[in-house]
Design a protein around this ligand. Structure first.
Ligand SMILES: Cc1ncc(COP(=O)(O)O)c(C=O)c1O
Length: 382
């Protein structure tokens, strides 16, 4: 029987050689492969600075700390994201609230964002480029300027995604031009698969330096920043940080994967084009991508009122579609904070109907045709 997952990493001999070269070298953790990966990744997403960290969750936590989230501070995110997008604010003692989604893009509805931030209750916002669809960060920034908000862009799904801004310029997801900081994850189902790994990107040197300090216990060895210097061994812990480092071995894997990132994006977009072409006119919905927008297609999501039956039907035939995401505010932990079913109706309706279909660069046309054929068969029976 077929075994087609919704996402899958792709490891080549080149990746294995890159990792094995580090294993045979002098550094297993903070060696030269870290900076090489940071520079290459920064270039890939058009961000002036990039800091490699342990995973996407650590990246979010470090951004929240660098942006000074304090107990009681209220931040907004979307209910349709992985829970880490909200949890990072809770880690700092802050409070999370949500903005419902725009069903056309499945990302945060920016009109509803404005309604919320007008109240003056919020300190910041975490828009998520859900599935790889780029949030209009220029619009978020203009709200942020008007209402004094800080911005962390969760671009985990969108390396290589872009939109055209109000000045008609192409802006890449996570380029740090409009957001204060942005983050990425290198979890195996993501575009760049390292097992674990993450990146913080940005254009503001002082914020990026703060992230670097906090990534490694708040310890500095930079003589220009220390209060004293007792000798070559001397270092100072200046802030309460964490061990959120990404090791050399995984950074080498990341750099090797990056050499195929453009090719991977082309393949993802081609797979999406084939799905959209096949589904046009059928009784299901998918996201339409306007001119000037580059969807990064971490996920290809359809919505259908027969979602559960379709999920089960596909599973029986060896196709492991997935659901992204259970709305964050309906998680028991968030419900205990006062959120309830009905708070964000568009996100809840989306959750009832959504299904992420197989989407990864090594998905063969034959396997994709098999998936499409099954969905067509299913829709004929329902
Ligand atoms: C949107 C989003 N944010 C944050 C994360 C957290 O990343 P990680 O799993 O690397 O901690 C993920 C990935 O799982 C994600 O999809």
């Amino acid at each position: 029987m077929k075994n087609i997952p919704y996402g899958r990493q792709h490891i080549t001999q080149q990746d294995i050689d890159a990792v094995s070269a580090v294993l045979q070298g002098d550094f297993l953790t903070q060696g030269p492969a870290v900076e090489q990966f940071e520079n290459a990744f920064g270039q890939h997403v058009h961000a002036p600075h990039a800091v490699a960290v342990a995973n996407g969750t650590a990246a979010l936590h470090l951004c929240a700390m660098a942006l000074d989230v304090k107990p009681g501070d209220k931040w907004l995110t979307t209910p349709i994201s992985f829970v880490a997008s909200g949890n990072c604010i809770l880690y700092c003692g802050g409070q999370v609230d949500f903005v419902d989604i725009d069903p056309a893009t499945l990302t945060m509805d920016l009109n509803q964002l404005e309604d919320k931030v007008k109240t003056g209750k919020y300190k910041g916002v975490i828009p998520v480029d859900f599935a790889g669809y780029p949030v209009r960060m220029d619009a978020v920034k203009s709200l942020a300027d008007r209402y004094g908000l800080k911005i962390i862009e969760d671009a985990c799904h969108a390396p290589g995604g872009y939109f055209t801004d109000e000045k008609e310029e192409i802006r890449y997801c996570g380029d740090g031009q409009y957001a204060d900081l942005a983050i990425f994850s290198f979890h195996p189902v993501k575009h760049i698969a390292c097992g674990e790994g993450g990146m913080v990107t940005g254009s503001k040197q002082s914020l990026v330096e703060k992230v670097k300090l906090l990534r490694t216990h708040g310890i500095t060895r930079d003589p220009n920043k220390m209060h004293a210097n007792h000798g070559g061994w001397y270092m100072e812990m200046q802030e309460l940080g964490y061990n959120y480092r990404m090791p050399d071995v995984l950074c080498a894997l990341g750099s090797s994967q990056l050499t195929r990132a453009e090719e991977g994006l082309v393949k993802r977009r081609e797979i999406a084009r084939r799905y959209s072409e096949a589904f046009a006119g059928l009784n299901l919905s998918f996201t339409h991508v306007p001119e000037g927008v580059g969807h990064a297609y971490h996920l290809y999501v359809i919505t259908t009122t027969h979602r559960k039956q379709l999920y089960d039907f596909l599973r029986e035939k060896g196709v492991f579609a997935q659901v992204h995401y259970i709305p964050m505010h309906t998680m028991p932990y968030y419900k205990n904070m006062g959120f309830k079913q009905g708070d964000f109706p568009k996100a809840e309706k989306y959750y009832e109907d959504c299904l992420s279909l197989p989407m990864y660069p090594s998905l063969s046309a034959e396997d994709q045709d098999y998936v499409i054929g099954l969905i067509k068969d299913f829709l004929q029976q329902h």
